[in-house]
Design a protein around this ligand. Structure first.
Ligand code: NAD
Ligand code: G6P
Ligand code: MN
Length: 433
């Protein structure tokens, strides 16, 4: 049977992962599921782990669930390692979101200074995991969900010896499901050609049963009632003429770049009235864990869909399934570019539609991105690379460079103020600085 090790197993998303494994058990016979967490996550791990065991028992499947704080034991001989951890927990995320707002800059967990600092905290941990994988499960696939997923994948490709790595996000699959909903057809009939970077991905073309329906879909989404959104990003209305000129399907995160000042205002207002997203999520998570504790609950509760990452585990399980069975279907993932997108380094991570084989994702060649988006995508890739370098070296000047070249900051003086305050606030989780 297959052994899966899930790092950050105490995450509230785990029941969705387990549901996915149960649904596909016939073709993906998992015998061992090891959920790993740290001392701070012990209680969550136990609650969610018990729910996982009840779900598997109800399904009557021979999947052994292990709950552990011993990462090495979990990694030993694993076939797939999935990562969904949060260094510094939600308190660190709240700081990522609040501190930049004081300076009129967006705080967010994957974009801008928040994304930079989440990367600085996460990359040393993921590189430790990579070193342990080399020793304990050298043939395993690393399926990384930990944000900032694009920057983390970039760091693994550049600074570890692990080649079998795939970065995963729920945004592309959510865009496809959103289009299917708008067209009122089954998800399986819709295919979007994705290209770009994580949280900077565009749907370059959209097909229904193989026929392009891009113009129709773009026309539909010019109506704000039809916006395709994720729970964690406020969706302000697009100018219809802008969408038509862009001539591609933007993702939710593009709001931060193409409506920067409006989004700063919106997030400031939200922070005041509702709390930042981390503060909202703390409440959602507490509610979810109350439900998970119920010994009679043995399915994934629908409340999980209030989290931004809804359906991520569908994406993770179908990816593992296609690698395991050499299925050769098409899925959007973060992988090494290898020339698929012209103008982005061959050895960098991109988020792109891929054919999923037993040897991993094979990107579908895109060629050049539309001229209007080449610059921004290139800039974000530069940001991810410089940020990953700062995370590895712990070099202050490199961190300031990453901060300043981020288009949501774009100011070295303000960048330095934010950097200094955040380095101090997060110092417990930044041993490299
Ligand atoms: P969470 O706050 O519930 O954290 C998950 C678990 O990680 C916690 O139980 C925590 O104790 C544990 N953890 C913290 N540090 C750890 C370490 N060093 N080793 C092992 N475990 C550790 O987080 P969540 O909201 O479930 O999100 C998990 C991760 O997934 C985050 O990084 C988040 O940004 C990411 N995420 C990604 C996407 C995507 O599209 N790629 C979507 C949603 C969430
Ligand atoms: C999304 C993304 C994730 C993001 C998450 C946040 O839509 O794809 O990468 O970080 O959901 O969700 P949350 O519920 O934690 O705010
Ligand atoms: Mn994502």
């Amino acid at each position: 049977g297959i052994k899966i090790a899930t790092i950050g197993g105490g995450s509230s998303y785990t029941p969705e992962l387990v549901e996915g494994f149960i649904k596909r058990y016939d073709e993906l016979p998992i015998s061992e599921l090891w959920l790993v967490d740290i001392e701070a996550g012990r209680e969550k791990l136990e609650i969610v782990g018990d729910l996982a065991k009840r779900m598997i028992k109800k399904a009557g499947l021979p999947i052994n669930v292990h709950l552990t704080l011993d990462r090495r034991a979990a990694l030993k001989d694993a076939d797939f390692v999935t990562t969904q951890f949060r260094v510094g927990l939600l308190d660190a995320r709240a700081k990522d979101e609040r501190i930049p707002l004081k300076y009129g800059v967006l705080g967010q967990e994957t974009n801008g200074p928040g994304g930079l600092f989440k990367g600085l905290r996460t990359i040393p941990v993921i590189l430790d995991i990579c070193r342990e994988m080399e020793e304990l499960c050298p043939d395993a696939w690393l399926i990384n969900f930990t944000n900032p997923a694009g920057m983390v994948t970039e760091a693994v490709l550049r600074y570890s010896n692990i080649k079998k790595v795939v970065g995963l996000c729920n945004v592309p699959i959510g865009m496809e499901m959103g289009v299917a909903r708008l067209l009122d057809v089954d998800h399986s009939r819709v295919r979007i050609t994705f290209a770009g970077l994580n949280h900077m991905v565009y749907g370059l073309d959209i097909f229904l049963d193989g026929v392009s329906v891009k113009d129709k879909v773009i026309d539909l989404i010019t109506n704000p009632d039809n916006a395709i959104t994720v729970e964690n990003v406020p969706a302000l209305e697009w100018e219809p003429e802008f969408l038509k000129a862009l001539n591609a399907l933007p993702c939710s995160y593009h709001h931060y770049y193409y409506k920067r000042s409006d989004m700063v205002e919106k997030e400031l207002k939200n922070a005041k009235e509702l709390g930042t997203r981390a503060e909202v999520v703390k409440k959602l998570e507490a509610e979810l864990f109350e439900l998970y504790k119920d010994p009679n609950l043995d399915v994934k509760p629908p409340q999980l869909e209030k989290r931004g990452g809804a359906y991520y585990s569908d994406a993770a399980v179908r990816l593992i399934h296609s690698i395991y069975t050499d299925k050769k279907d098409i899925q959007p993932v973060n992988t090494i570019n290898n020339g698929a997108i012209a103008g982005i380094p061959a050895d960098s991570a991109v988020e792109v539609s891929c054919i999923i084989t037993k040897d991993g994702p094979k990107p579908i060649a895109i060629g050049e991105l539309p001229v209007a988006v080449q610059g921004l995508v290139g800039q974000i890739k530069s940001f991810e690379r410089v940020a990953a370098e700062a995370a590895v070296t712990g070099d202050y000047n490199t961190a300031l460079l990453a901060m300043t070249i981020n288009p949501l900051v774009a100011n070295d003086r303000v960048g330095k103020l934010i950097l200094d305050e955040m380095l101090e606030a997060h110092k417990e989780h930044l041993p490299q600085f």
